[in-house]
Design a protein around this ligand. Sequence first.
Ligand code: NDP
Length: 241
Amino acid sequence: MDKIALVTGGTRGIGRAISEALVKDGFKVAANYAGNDEAARQCAEELGISVFKFDVGDFDACQAGVKAIEAEMGIIDVLVNNAGITRDAMLHKMTREQWDDVIRVDLTSAFNLSQAVINGMRDKGWGRIVNISSINGQKGQMGQTNYSAAKAGLIGFSKALAQETARKGITVNTVCPGYTDTDMVAAVPEKVLESIVSSIPVGRLGKSSEIAACVSFLSSDGAAFITGATLAANGGQYIPT
Ligand code: NDP
């Protein structure tokens, strides 16, 4: 197979596991990252993939980044919008900067990158876009009005784009991970984490590889009839109807 996949935030945590799974599936993978050069270098070396540093929240940087990837590797077939950040605070204490940062990196990024790759996919008549949302975009989470809004926004974005692109052989789906064992969760205070784990019916945090398995399936030819779907992978912590 000579299909190309771009995984944003693909050098650490869930994104790295997604990069690894897509390599195993036979994709040529480009992993994007923001600033952690050492993690990117290690990831590139261990997985044998190319890494590209640019800010997914910056429209022009995304256009230039996709151009550079396509010049080096070819037209992108699979886009995984995975890069994300948190800037938690209760609304009454949240700064405008905390709000803006999360909306641009976690939501506007999906617009920036989907727009940069969509014409290539439309021309080919095949494409896969997988957006990584969150359990907290489905159920809401106190202290995360910015993050919950951005992640819920990704679900609506995916449903709308799925309808626009279905006739062109492009599927657009969302995966909503529950709490997963990465650096992002390592930042959660221990006591809070204990109470989170006790509320997960499966009785543990998710593994990055378990989220990656969802993306791997949704990126496959076998998933061609699934579009606009929202897949919860959260150990039963929240079961939407
Ligand atoms: P990590 O913090 O472990 O990794 C984040 C990755 O995103 C890094 O590669 C980082 O690059 C990159 N990144 C961050 N900001 C930007 C930016 N502006 N431009 C380009 N790349 C950027 O995150 P996780 O693996 O935990 O999370 C991955 C996704 O899954 C996120 O969207 C998150 O919201 C979502 N999620 C995570 C959950 C969890 O429990 N971990 C639960 C639910 C959803 P660099 O290394 O250079 O900093």
